[in-house]
Design a protein around this ligand. Sequence first.
Ligand SMILES: Cc1ncc(COP(=O)(O)O)c(C=O)c1O
Ligand SMILES: [Zn+2]
Length: 435
Amino acid sequence: MTSQSFPVGTNQPADGTRAPGAPRLGNATGLSCRECGKTTELGPYYACEDCFGPLEVRYDFPRLTRADIQAGPQNIWRYAPLLPVPADIASRPTTEPGCTRLVRADGLAAELGMRRLWIKDDSGNPTHSFKDRVVAVALAAATQMGFKVLACPSTGNLANAVAAAAARAGIRSVVMVPANLEGQKILTTAVYGGTFVTVDGTYDDVNRLASELAGEHDDWAFVNVNVRPYYAEGSKTLGFEIAEQLGWRLPDQVVVPIASGAQLVKIDKGFTELITLGLVDDKPWRVFGAQATGCAPVSEAFANGWDVVRPVKPSTIAKSLAIGNPADGPYVLDVVRRTGGAVADVSDPEMVDSIKLLARSQGIFGETAGGVTVGVLRKLLASGQLDPEAETVIINSGDGLKTLDAVAPAVNVPAAIKPTLEAFQAAGFDGADLS
Ligand SMILES: Cc1ncc(COP(=O)(O)O)c(C=O)c1O
Ligand SMILES: [Zn+2]
């Protein structure tokens, strides 16, 4: 990082020049504007100088074989040549996320009348959500750019991931969340010992504050603000892993939860890159997005045929997805429309019911985001928008242990009995209804 200061709301040095010395980030060659295509060098930039459009990482990919990847570590660094990270990243201290299980979900498929359903279970990551992927990539890029502090505004899971990744790397973290988050997510962030700020406001308020702070502290890497182009690339690894775990094939349909929308957009980008590199055969796939009705700006835009996403004020128990003004919303619409998918939303009761369905049919306890995804899967099957015959992957992006309050009122915990046979029988536990 340089000693230059970046004015609030921009990513440019105050004197209009670029920070000297582009960082070495593997095969990444620069950044380009997703709106106007203008290119710029690698650095802590996230908005286009000309049109303020978001920036995205560009690469000069090497020739890469399936065997090269398979010889790599059992974590996301097996895809390091396709990420904006230094070549030796696998030997640096990181949380080593990724290579989570892809579960053949025959139980859930049978319940829903589907032929071939898979669950990409990202609750198996080090801090139990897919956010470990994006944070690991952001941290790698940020330290390479000389940042000394890892920071974020978060809806909860990102807070866990940033605090843990910074602890592992031995650097400071500054994590900011809405104060009304689930108690589990608060505790599982605070335990790592970084600077932890709970804010009396919504996520969108916290995000605004983070943008101001990013302008004030030029040595703080806000993973999803000033190093967002690098951070977002981490979600491509979900797409890479799904394809590799299917035996280097793409699925027909994928259902992804949406908060900012970056995960959905990058899974699609990951599929496209695998085709470009000749690592999978080209074939059509359809991308579907899932939101909670209490925070469904992208679903609303999709249903109305809008190109813009109108911000909403969230009101849902799916707090991890409660982003009312999603940065990648318009790009989600592009991906979904281009691939022939859809975006839909489910109510909080439908979400809770779907968490229980996933648990009962598959033995997987997902968080509220997982309930939203399964709920939307059900809804789009019922409406005929998802094909029950087509091979489908859904993302379970987080762990139900972090959102216990969501299911507590809907789960029946029987009263304690005395430790006797009589008490067991009297309570009806050996009755015929157990079979
Ligand atoms: C568990 C979980 N799933 C999905 C998402 C959505 O990710 P994105 O912001 O990339 O759309 C989040 C975001 O916080 C999350 O915590
Ligand atoms: Zn531009």
